[in-house]
Design a protein around this ligand. Structure first.
Ligand code: GLV
Length: 327
């Protein structure tokens, strides 16, 4: 017999729903769209657990509207969409999905870097527009990747997986973080430097940090000015880490050469001017979007949710203090 009532805020890979359905009464939002705050509140009332997404803003108001909810299982590694102190204060568990999306996200950061450096999207548009008349010695010259200096901002799981792949292209790796990471250095041969040194010396800069108050606008006008005019910036982390208006200005004025963005400051919108630029490749937050990874993320979130409802500390709990408090 179904025990707990669970709400899933949007269709997700079926294996996760099947897992939940073994133990719970599950309702899935049938519409493939983000719920408004009012709809979310209405839907989660009377539930024991919520399977949510990075597009669901879970704040104190949402929590208080559904006091029966004991866990918000976020299907994402990032959880900046959830007010963690508010959840902890209410003894509500929050979980995320670290690890399973590391390789897919690292691969996608490389896909963006290659696309920008070799002007793949611009070239595709050129072909489709029927503009290709003949091979040209000066046609669409881009930047070589091999042998360059790669700057990694954030030496955690994804930053390490991204930098590990640099070996195949003989890049020299620099990285920066709040503190050095011996594992990053062992796996990538990268050298720890401060942020400004990394920005001055790197040919390509890729961001792999969570969004926190201290990483908001980590890259702004000052930082973009420090970068080489030939530099490429890649962001697969969270949009607000980069001051997008300052980035548009830097791209337009040639302060940096190009950018590859999977995330945006006011997602899903882009700041005015960004979409008109040819030296930027923009994608709709799909770095982890492979069948394998999204299925792994969804089943991990489902397992976390079930563990919480069973009274256990979920394996990927971001606020274990809330668990101790409930004992
Ligand atoms: C995706 O952006 C995630 O945080 O999982």
């Amino acid at each position: 017999m179904s025990q707990w009532k669970v709400y899933v805020t949007r269709p997700v890979p079926q294996p996760a729903i099947d897992l939940l359905a073994e133990r719970c009464e599950v309702e899935v939002n049938p519409e493939d769209r983000v719920l408004s705050k009012g709809e979310l509140i209405e839907k989660i009332k009377g539930r024991d657990g919520v399977f949510c997404l990075l597009t669901d803003k879970i704040d104190a108001e949402v929590m208080d509207a559904a006091p029966g909810v004991k866990v918000f299982a976020n299907m994402a590694v990032g959880y900046d969409n959830i007010d963690i102190p508010a959840a902890t204060a209410r003894g509500i568990l929050v979980t995320n999905t670290p690890g399973v999306l590391t390789e897919a996200t690292a691969e996608f950061a490389w896909a963006l870097l290659f696309a920008v450096a070799r002007r793949v999207v611009e070239a595709d548009k050129f072909m489709r527009a029927g503009k290709y008349r003949a091979w040209g010695p000066m046609l669409m010259l881009g930047q070589e990747i091999h042998g360059k200096i790669l700057g990694v901002i954030g030496g955690g799981r994804i930053g390490t997986a991204f930098a590990r792949r640099a070996k195949g292209f003989d890049l020299k790796v620099l990285y920066t973080d709040v503190r050095p990471n011996a594992q990053f250095e062992a796996e990538t041969g990268g050298r720890f430097v401060d942020k400004d040194t990394l920005l001055r010396e790197s040919d390509f800069v890729s961001i792999h940090v969570p969004l926190t108050p201290s990483t908001r606008h980590l890259i702004g006008e000052r930082e973009l000015k420090l970068m080489k005019k030939s530099a490429i910036l890649i962001n697969t982390s969270r949009g607000p880490v980069v001051d997008e208006a300052a980035l548009v200005k830097a791209l337009r004025e040639g302060e940096i050469w190009g950018a590859g963005l999977d995330v945006f400051e006011r997602e899903p919108e882009m700041v005015p001017g960004l979409a008109e630029l040819d030296n930027v490749v923009v994608c709709p937050h799909i770095a982890s979007a492979t069948w394998e990874t999204r299925t792994a993320m969804a089943t991990m979130a489902a397992r976390n949710l079930l563990a919480a409802l069973e009274g256990q500390l979920p394996p990927q709990c971001v606020n274990p203090e809330a668990y101790k408090q409930g004992r």
